[in-house]
Design a protein around this ligand. Sequence first.
Ligand SMILES: *Cc1c(COP(=O)(O)O)cnc(C)c1O
Length: 356
Amino acid sequence: MSRFWSQVARDLTPYVPGEQPKIANLIKLNTNENPFPPSPKVLAAIRAELGDDAAGLRLYPDPNADRLKGAIARRHGLTPQQVFVGNGSDEVLAHVFMALLKHDAPILFPDITYSFYPVYCSLYGVDYRTLPLTDDFSIDPDDYCGPRNGGIIFPNPNAPTGRPLALDAIEKILAANPDSLVVIDEAYVDFGGETAIGLVGRHDNLLVVHTFSKSRSLAGLRVGFAVGQPPLIEALERVKNSFNSYPLDRLALAGAAAAMEDEAYFEQCCRAVIATRDTLASRLAGLGFAVIPSAANFIFVRHPQHDAAELAKALRERNIIVRHFKLPRIEQFLRITVGTDDECKALTDALERITG
Ligand SMILES: *Cc1c(COP(=O)(O)O)cnc(C)c1O
C-alpha cells in the first residue's frame, strides 16, 4: 500500500493463479494445461507470420481479428458477427462483466466455481449472490429459475468439480430468465460436455465463452472467444475498443486460426486426454479416493482418511504439483489435471506410497 494507490487499487482482492514454478522435472498437474503440444500447423502458421526477418511485426495486427473470427465461425456454424475474441477467455470474461453483467440486481453463480468471477465483480462493482451446489456438487437448474438477477454465469463442466450440466437444464435456465444474460463458460466442454453454442441462434440471452488454453494446448498464446447474437458481441466490442484495440498480437491471431482449422489433431488430443482421465479416475478410486465424475481435463478427488493439504504437500516433496483450494466445502479435495499417461502413473504410484 502507498499513498499513490487509487481507491480502486486499495479495494481489490486479486485472483491468484496456480503457480508456474521454475523447477526442472516437475510433474505439473495444477493448472489444467494440455499435456500435448499444439497442432504442428500452429508452429507453421506462426513461422509463416514471422517470415525470415520478422518484418511483419513492424505492423499492428488486425484489430478486428477477421481471419480468426472466420475460422471460429466456420467451425461452429456461426457468422463472424456472432464471434468476439480476446486475450485469453479471462479477458473476454472481464469484458462480459463490464459490458453485459453490470446491472442493478445481483448476478448469480454457484458457491463452488471459477474463483475469478467474484474478482471481476469486485473490480467492476458488480453485485453478486452465490447459490450452493447440491450435496453431490451438481448445479440444480431450478435454483436459477426464480431469483431476480442481473445475469447468470457458471462454467459447464463446472470448475473445479468437473461435473457437466445437460443442455436441457441450460435451456430451462435460459427460458426462465428471458431478461437476463446467461453466460456459459465452456473452458472444458471439449473433454466430454455438451456445448450450448447450438442454442445461440434461438436464445438472444445466451453467451458462450471458450478458450484455446485447454483443449487446443495454447495456454501460453492467450486466446479466448465468446459467441452470442450480434447485439451482445457489439457490447463486448465497445468495451474492448475502449480498452485495447489490439489485445491479440500477430502470432496469436495466426496460431489460433491454424489451431481452429486442424480439427483432426484437436479431436485426437481430446480423445487421448479423456482416455487417460478415465484410467486415472479408476486408479484413484482403487486407492480409496472418492472421485467426482468428470467431463473435464481434471478430476476432483478426496481421500476419506488423508487430509488434502497434507497430500498436496507430500506430492510436492516428490516433485508433483496439484491444486488445493483452501475454501469452504472443498478444502478436503484436490484438483488434479490430466497429464500424460506417464505423469498420471507417476502420480498414482506416489499416492499409493503416501496413502499406503
Ligand atoms: C482456464 C479457465 C478460463 C481461462 O482461460 P484463459 O483463456 O486461459 O484465460 C476461464 N474459465 C474457466 C472456468 C477456466 O478454468
